[in-house]
Design a protein around this ligand. Structure first.
Ligand code: MG
Length: 257
């Protein structure tokens, strides 16, 4: 799940200032964690404490109400509601926070947790599908599946079209905060990558919702490649101590790192 957080940090400064190159500095004073990280921490913490995803998301998001890039407007309303209810969203928020679910034991557990982690807000079928597909890919990568096997699950089981290339996306893609307009693009970036770092660079290079694209791509890439120690160390410097504690505990308790 740290891969998703690193992707969020790396992509953060490009969310509203897209670039279309893989040649950029990963970590600068202008990077920070955003809502993707806070929600990923909340999902991981819910799994650790065996509490509901809804309660954990409310706890962490209320504690960090104004992240870089801000929360989506409807999600922010949900966070601050007196009686938060799912709002049928198919935004990419369900896919950007789901990575910890991919690290659970069996595929049944992975898919059930992914469904539940999405459904407290993103109960539209596309919102659930995006979360489950990303968690499924993480579980497959951790289990030693090839990229071709991961591609086939995404296309055949989930119906995503992965026929585009990063080069074509760089020319044609624009900001899209839906699951169905983010998850396939993140998969394409992962499938074209050759290591963890190149996956993040490709995800930023296609433009769009850069922090979330890099978070989704990074979560899958971590499971497939692992994370270089220097990148992990630099990313951790951006996180509050209590986030680092959740990451460490998750890696120790759940992550078969
Ligand atoms: Mg964000």
């Amino acid at each position: 799940m740290l891969g998703a957080i690193i992707g969020d940090i790396v992509g953060s400064r490009y969310e509203f200032a897209n670039i279309h190159t893989t040649d950029f500095e990963l970590f600068t004073p202008y990077n920070n964690f955003t809502d993707d990280t806070i929600c990923t921490i909340a999902v991981a913490d819910a799994l650790l404490l065996k509490e509901s995803f809804k309660d954990s998301l409310l706890y962490w998001c209320r504690k960090y109400p104004s992240p870089m890039g801000a929360y989506g407007a409807r999600f922010a309303q949900w966070v601050h509601s007196a009686d938060p209810q799912p709002y049928h969203s198919f935004g990419n928020g369900s896919a950007m926070r789901v990575a910890p679910c991919g690290w659970l034991g069996s595929l049944d557990e992975v898919l059930e947790a992914a469904q539940k982690s999405a459904a407290c807000t993103h109960d539209h079928p596309e919102g659930i599908k995006g979360a489950q597909c990303v968690a499924h890919a993480i579980a497959l990568a951790l289990g030693g599946s090839s990229k071709e096997e991961i591609r086939q699950i995404a296309t055949q089981t989930y119906g995503y079209d992965l026929s585009n290339s990063c080069e074509a996306l760089r020319a044609s893609y624009s900001f899209d905060e839906t699951c169905q307009g983010t998850v396939p693009q993140a998969f394409i970036c992962f499938l074209e990558s050759h290591d963890f770092e190149s996956a993040l660079r490709l995800a930023v290079s296609i433009g769009g919702d850069s922090d979330t694209l890099a978070a989704i791509t990074g979560g899958i890439a971590e499971a497939y490649y692992g994370i270089p120690a220097d990148i992990e160390a630099q990313a951790l410097t951006y996180l509050p101590k209590e986030f680092r504690e959740v990451v460490r505990e998750f890696q120790h308790e759940v992550g078969r790192k």
